[in-house]
Design a binder for this molecule. Structure first.
Ligand code: ATP
Ligand code: PRP
Ligand code: MG
Length: 291
């Protein structure tokens, strides 16, 4: 198909090329109807039909490109955005790549953030750690490592680590335990340059499409039949986004109700609807939507 660009330059979007966020970001963009690379060696993809160009970059570098305005939009981790100190703002949470950033040490050696004073802390997120120490008025040596941070304690390079924790299995395998408060909760986010007065054409469509994917993932469509006497109770359970659709049924005093409901808890909701008299309760996936 030819490109409906009218000579407008494409929206330039940075996407993680490797690591934990890469596959999920690509999947989300495919679901939103964008062309993605077919070979992981490809560095850029021009989706001419949608007038969008994708740049596959290291997730750690994405906030820098967006912060200085070289690229219009980026997908990266909140922890990487904060660590970079780049002049970019988070505009959407994308619901994948969720993790916590935590301190960890050998069991019994350190128990609170206050114990960090004067210690050697290994991390790949020097910016986040330094800011956290400053906020607590603590001084410690921060050692920058690229990865496999958990091993640094065993090797005698550090007393403490600060790293990404998801399931905790890497920490357990290294014989380490988290301590102190959670430093930050991270997930994949959409970012744009801070304080940019206006974004290029195509940005609004891009965000609306991603919002559509988020809603399609987070909601399901619920249909059921109920007698008018219990309709108000049923509608209170399924208010929908802008009010449910109510259609008359051939059976007198009965109506059909259709409403979007959150995917989490949908089964419980079906039980509750059944209990107040709803019947023929159906749950269907939403493949795509624009709200
Ligand atoms: N196990 C994990 N679970 C969820 N998110 C993670 C995990 N490991 C890293 N992340 C997130 O991925 C982003 C870091 O991506 P990056 O590609 O730099 O590291 P990575 O995923 O650890 O890849 P690699 O170490 O193989 O290069 C951060 O936002 C981080 O929070
Ligand atoms: O809590 P878990 O589920 O075990 O996940 C957390 C681990 O995943 C990431 O490591 P990665 O595999 O990216 O290796 P790296 O340390 O070389 O970055 C992160 O740095 C932690 O080590
Ligand atoms: Mg890693």
């Amino acid at each position: 198909m030819s490109a409906p660009t009218n000579g407008t330059p494409p929206l330039r979007i940075a996407i993680p090329n490797k690591g934990s966020l890469s596959q999920s970001a690509t999947e989300m963009l495919r679901e939103a109807g964008y062309r993605q690379r077919s070979d992981t060696k490809q560095l850029t993809v021009l989706d001419a039909e949608n007038n969008v160009e994708f740049f596959y970059l290291r997730p750690r570098d994405i906030a820098l490109y967006v912060g200085e305005g070289t690229l219009d939009v980026g997908i990266t981790g909140r922890d990487l955005l904060l660590d970079s100190g780049a002049d970019a703002d988070e505009v959407r949470e994308l619901g994948f790549g969720r993790s916590r950033f935590r301190f960890a040490a050998r069991p019994g050696t350190l128990t609170s953030v206050q114990d960090l004073g004067g210690k050697r802390i290994a991390t790949s997120y020097v910016g986040v750690v330094r800011r956290h120490l400053e906020a607590h008025g603590l001084e410690a040596e921060v050692i920058r490592l690229d990865g496999a941070v958990e091993t640094s304690i065993q090797l005698g390079v550090a007393d403490v680590i600060a790293d990404v924790v998801e399931t905790g299995s890497t920490l357990r395998a290294a014989g380490l335990e988290v301590f102190g408060e959670v430093i930050l909760e991270s997930e994949a986010v959409m970012i744009t340059q801070a304080g940019k007065p206006s974004l290029p054409a195509g940005f609004e469509v891009f965000t609306r499409r991603l919002d559509g994917v988020l809603v399609a993932r987070g909601y399901v469509m619920m249909d059921y039949d109920i007698d008018r006497e219990h309709l108000q109770d049923a509608v209170a359970l399924t208010p929908g986004l802008e009010g449910p659709t109510i259609s008359p049924l051939h059976r007198e005093d009965w109506v059909a109700v259709r409403a979007m409901v959150p995917r989490d808890g949908a089964q419980l909701l079906m039980d509750e609807l059944w209990a107040i008299g709803a019947r023929a309760i159906l749950l269907t996936d939403i493949h795509a939507c624009r709200l």
